[in-house]
Write a protein that binds this ligand. Sequence first.
Ligand code: FAD
Length: 434
Amino acid sequence: MSPSSLAPRPVPSPPTSRHVAVIGAGAAGLAAARELRREGHRVVVFERSAAVGGTWIYTPATESDALGLDPLREVVHSSLYDSLRTNLPRECMGFLDYPFSSRRARAGGDHRRFPGHREVLCYLQDFAREFNLDGLVRFRTEVALVERDNDGRWQVNSRRSGVAGGDGSDENEFFDGVVVCNGHYTEPRIAEIPGMDAWPGKQMHSHNYRVPEPFLDQVVVIVGNSYSTVDISRDIARFAKEVHVSDRSRTDEPRRKQPGYDNMWLHSSIASTHKDGAVVFRDGCSIHVDVIIHCTGYKYHFPFLKTKNIVIVNDNRVGPLYKHIFPPFLAPSLAFIGIPWKVVPFTMFELQSKWVAGVLSGRIALPTKDEMLEDVKSWDLEVEAVGWPKRYTHNLSNIQCMRCLLQADALWETVSVVVSSLGNCFLVIAFRLV
Ligand SMILES: Cc1cc2nc3c(=O)[nH]c(=O)nc-3n(C[C@H](O)[C@H](O)[C@H](O)COP(=O)(O)OP(=O)(O)OC[C@H]3O[C@@H](n4cnc5c(N)ncnc54)[C@H](O)[C@@H]3O)c2cc1C
């Protein structure tokens, strides 16, 4: 990241109101809608479900393909399981000027530091109501195509369904800008395990895990080592006969009993699977297994976005994206909110949205295209230098001081949001704001 990209830039022409499409009414889309409107833009939010909240709308429904690989399956957006509580303390779950903690406590709600998912959904609904955002949202309206025309405007093709007045026909509209907020926890990534084609047991992805009861008396292998692995293994251990967690970051260490559990073990990665139902780990253990659950994360997926390969997803790197938001060749009229992970999401959405709104109005200037590309290149090199694979490009943990340093022209106020305890990471997000 070159220091020159952080230099103040002259404020360009007077602010302009743009016609902006926001795709998605989850936390990111709501934050974007509010900031865009505050900046004076005319906003339409497209939301394919019937309510605001995105991921936080829990549903017991699961997909017909438990691994989530069938492209023709009916997609269930949310990946929440019933027992989920936030992995951030409630003090970090709110937007900066609309705190999460105090509101719920005042309402006589749950005072635990890590609240359940229902409380997060209530918070987002309250937020939308408080700032009159519902009126900006077209519910049950799925965006099928986003494409730039020769005049630089964005064509948004959408389809409304399932409501009176919604005839299911397509609608084409044109916008000055598009802000993509479609989330990235819906399209499963699957672990490649030798011998899986012949292995007779059941496989699923954590996207389709909801409750532990169906695993009563079963022998379950959970592949992964992140938050969902920890939560789901503990959830299931209450019912299953045995739970075996396979963590590929353990190399050839022998298996280890999980403290506090008499039916849970931690293993290295899976070496092979066999048609008699056996799963063999690299630590040498061989176990007859009923179910393998892949807690192996998700893919960025923008099926509606056509950019003539200007923006591509390559091994979960979305790029090129300046500061994980602006594609240099299409900025500022196309922007992405919420791409980074291992972050403090709601705060980040809000700050990213303020920046996007200011840039779209012309109040804040971006660096030149070449400077932005140079910045993206240096970020990618930094990811490589710390030994991370490409798919960690948008993982903002652990890179000393997290550099989501937002460009700004006006006050050069630096806000530091210091967040302790996010897993084992200590994060400092430094944002330069207007
Ligand atoms: C299991 C799990 C646990 C998590 N735990 C935490 C936590 O503890 N704390 C935390 O801060 N974050 C957590 N997160 C991250 C969470 O995803 C973010 O907090 C945040 O909710 C993401 O918001 P979003 O708006 O980017 O995406 P989403 O909430 O996914 O919203 C995207 C919206 O876009 C809509 N959409 C998608 N495609 C289209 C289309 N083509 N047309 C129209 N609409 C479309 C969807 O219907 C959805 O409403 C967790 C995520 C998961 C999966």
